[in-house]
Design a protein around this ligand. Structure first.
Ligand SMILES: [Zn+2]
Length: 113
C-alpha cells in the first residue's frame, strides 16, 4: 500500500504542474527512485497506471529510474554507494551509520501536451 500513497502524491504533483502549464495531457513522466527508498518500481508503475485513469496522466509513458544511494560509516569514516539498504561498508563491513542519499522519490521531468 506504500506504493499507492506514493503514486497518489506523484499524481497530485503532476496535476498541479499541468494546471500551471495549462496542459491537458502528460506524454511522459520520469521519476527517480533512490535505491534506499524501498520503492518497488513495478508496484509503483502499476499504482500510477491505476491512479492515472481519467486524469491528465492517463496513457502517459511512465519511466522510473534508479538513483544509487550513499551511506556513511562512522567507524572508518568512509562514504560509499549503496545498491540496497543491506549494503555494508566496503572498508570495515559494518552497517552504515548514516544514509546520506537515496531515500527519496522525485519527479524528474514531465513532458506535457
Ligand atoms: Zn567502515
Amino acid at each position: 500500500m506504500h506504493e499507492l500513497s506514493l503514486a497518489l502524491n506523484v499524481l497530485e504533483l503532476v496535476q498541479e504542474e499541468c494546471l500551471k502549464a495549462e496542459a491537458v495531457h502528460v506524454a511522459e513522466l520520469v521519476i527517480t527512485a533512490g535505491t534506499l527508498s524501498g520503492v518497488d518500481e513495478e508496484a509503483l508503475t502499476a499504482c500510477l497506471v491505476i491512479a492515472a485513469k481519467g486524469t491528465v496522466l492517463e496513457n502517459a509513458r511512465i519511466i522510473i529510474s534508479r538513483k544509487t544511494g550513499t551511506g556513511f560509516c562512522t567507524n572508518c569514516r568512509s562514504t560509499f554507494p549503496m545498491e540496497d539498504i543491506l549494503t555494508l561498508c566496503p572498508e570495515c563491513h559494518q552497517a552504515p551509520s548514516r544514509l546520506l542519499d537515496g531515500q527519496d522519490l522525485q519527479v524528474e521531468s514531465l513532458m506535457v501536451e
